[in-house]
Design a protein around this ligand. Structure first.
Ligand code: C5P
Length: 227
C-alpha cells in the first residue's frame, strides 16, 4: 500500500550523550534518520517529511543524500506533537486527505519493513488509527498514594512507531489537541481525542527506541545479526 510519512527527528538526544541530534548519530556508519528512510521505503513509503531541529537542516540534507525516497526537511516544534503537526501541515500541501500517512520516530531506525507495510495495510483496510505494539517484558507496578500495586502484565502493550492514519485524520487530530491544550505522548492518542478507535498490529523488538547508550549496543547487535 503506498503511503507518505513524517519522520520526527527534532529531538536533542541528550539522554544518549551525543554531541549532535540523536537522528544524526551513526549506526555502522549510517545515520539513524537515513536508516529510517530506508526501512520506510522498503515498506512502501513514497515520500517523506523529516522534522529537524532548528539550524540543522543542512546537516540532515547531507545525512539523507542518496535517500531511496524523495524527502524534504521542515523545522520541528517544541514538543514531539508540535513537530508532528508541522510535518502534517507540510504534507497536506501536496497530498489528498485520504492519503495513508505514517508517523515514525527517527529514534527507531531498525524497524522492520514488514511492520511498516502492515501498518499501511491496516489503514487502507479502514482502521482510523493504527499502532504497532509489543507485549511488556518487565513486571510493572503502578505507584499510588499508599505505595504501589502490581499491574496485570498480560494486559499491557508497549507502543511503537510507525503509527498510521489518513492524512486528514492526523491533521484534524493534531489541530484539535493544539487548540484544546491537550498533551499527548503519541499520535494515536491525538486521534483518540477526536473519537477514532485505535487498532493494534504486531510490532517488533527491533523497532525499539534508541534512548540511552546501552540501546546503541543492542542496535549494533541487531545489525550484526542481520548480516
Ligand atoms: O524524546 P523522545 O525519544 O520521546 O522523542 C521521540 C521522537 O520525537 C524522536 O525521534 C525525536 O527526535 C522526535 N521529537 C521531535 N520534536 C520534538 C521532540 C522530539 O521531532 N520537539
Amino acid at each position: 500500500v503506498p503511503a507518505v510519512a513524517i519522520v520526527v527527528a527534532a529531538g536533542s538526544g541528550s539522554r544518549l550523550g551525543a554531541d549532535v541530534p540523536k537522528a544524526l548519530v551513526e549506526l555502522d556508519g549510517v545515520p539513524m534518520v537515513r536508516r529510517c528512510l530506508d526501512a520506510l521505503a522498503d515498506g512502501g513509503v513514497t515520500s517523506v517529511v523529516v522534522t529537524v531541529p532548528a539550524s540543522y537542516e543542512a546537516r540532515f540534507q547531507e545525512a539523507l543524500s542518496g535517500s531511496p525516497v524523495p524527502f524534504r526537511t521542515v523545522v520541528g516544534g517544541a514538543r514531539r506533537q508540535d513537530s508532528v503537526r508541522l510535518g502534517a501541515e507540510a504534507l497536506a500541501a501536496g497530498n489528498p486527505a485520504d492519503a495513508v500517512v505514517l508517523v515514525h520516530d527517527a529514534a527507531r531506525p531498525l524497524v522492520p519493513s514488514g511492520v511498516v507495510a502492515h501498518v499501511s495495510r491496516a489503514v487502507a483496510a479502514g482502521a482510523g488509527a493504527v499502532v504497532p505494539a509489543v507485549p511488556v517484558i518487565d513486571s510493572i507496578r503502578e505507584l499510588d498514594d499508599l505505595g504501589s500495586r502490581v499491574v496485570e502484565r498480560s494486559r499491557l502493550r508497549a507502543v511503537q512507531t510507525p503509527q498510521g492514519f489518513r492524512l486528514g485524520t492526523l491533521l484534524a487530530a493534531h489541530r484539535h489537541v493544539e487548540a484544546e491544550g491537550i498533551e499527548v505522548t503519541d499520535d494515536a492518542g491525538a486521534a483518540e481525542a477526536i473519537g477514532h478507535a485505535v487498532t493494534l498490529v504486531p510490532g517488533h523488538r527491533d523497532a525499539m527506541k534508541i534512548t540511552e547508550p546501552v540501546d546503541m549496543v543492542l542496535a549494533h547487535a541487531i545489525l550484526a545479526g542481520r548480516k
